[in-house]
Design a protein around this ligand. Structure first.
Ligand code: FES
Length: 189
């Protein structure tokens, strides 16, 4: 199975920009920082036909810090992988459903036993712009195009976006590795 990916980090919880971070999960490597990493990662990437076929994508979670959002691409789509802080988990569990535009309990946004991890598509459900992480009023994302806001588990909290950020199929094979594109269990009920 083609299981290598390259990812880059976005802002941390305090809103500061981190250096780019490249992850090569197939080889179990975390290759830190710098343009020189690109040729190496690119050489390990699945071939175009495999990518087009939608090969599952392994993501090594071990380098991801609390509060960090990592962007990956699967089937040409942007995916957010976010490690929630304990505070964010507590806060997101406490949001009343009647405050939501597209009501969804916390348990429907994460996998049972992996409360700290959000995996969602990364395009605004209004017209497809890419929301900015750690922005807005809900510990999540703010869309720069028309002002939609999403919370830390990708639930839309301010329109015009009509629905939450969708969740792709994914599964955890361990506490430090997930595979996007693999149906290995469903979101916690
Ligand atoms: S595309 Fe995000 S608010 Fe319009």
């Amino acid at each position: 199975m083609a299981d290598t990916t390259a990812t880059h980090a976005t802002a941390g919880p305090e809103g500061t920009k981190r250096d780019f971070l490249f992850l090569a999960t197939g080889a179990g490597l975390a290759v830190g920082v710098g343009a020189v990493a690109w040729p190496f990662v690119a050489s390990m990437a699945p071939d175009a036909a495999t990518v087009a076929a939608g090969a599952p994508l392994d993501v090594d979670l071990s380098p991801i810090q609390d509060g960090q959002i990592v962007n990956v691409f699967w089937r040409g789509k942007l995916i957010f992988v976010r490690k929630l802080t304990e505070k964010e988990v507590t806060d997101m569990k406490a949001v009343p459903l009647d405050q939501m535009i597209d009501p969804a309990p916390f348990s429907a946004r994460v996998k049972a036993g992996h409360d700290q991890w959000l995996v969602s598509y990364g395009n605004c459900t209004h017209l497809g712009c890419v929301p900015i992480g750690h922005s807005g009023n809900f510990e999540g994302w703010a869309c720069p195009c028309h002002g939609s806001q999403f919370d830390a588990v990708g639930r839309v909290r301010r329109g015009p976006a009509p629905t939450n950020l969708p969740i792709p199929p994914y599964a955890f094979s361990s506490d430090t590795k997930l595979t996007i594109g693999e149906e290995g269990g469903k979101a916690a009920a």
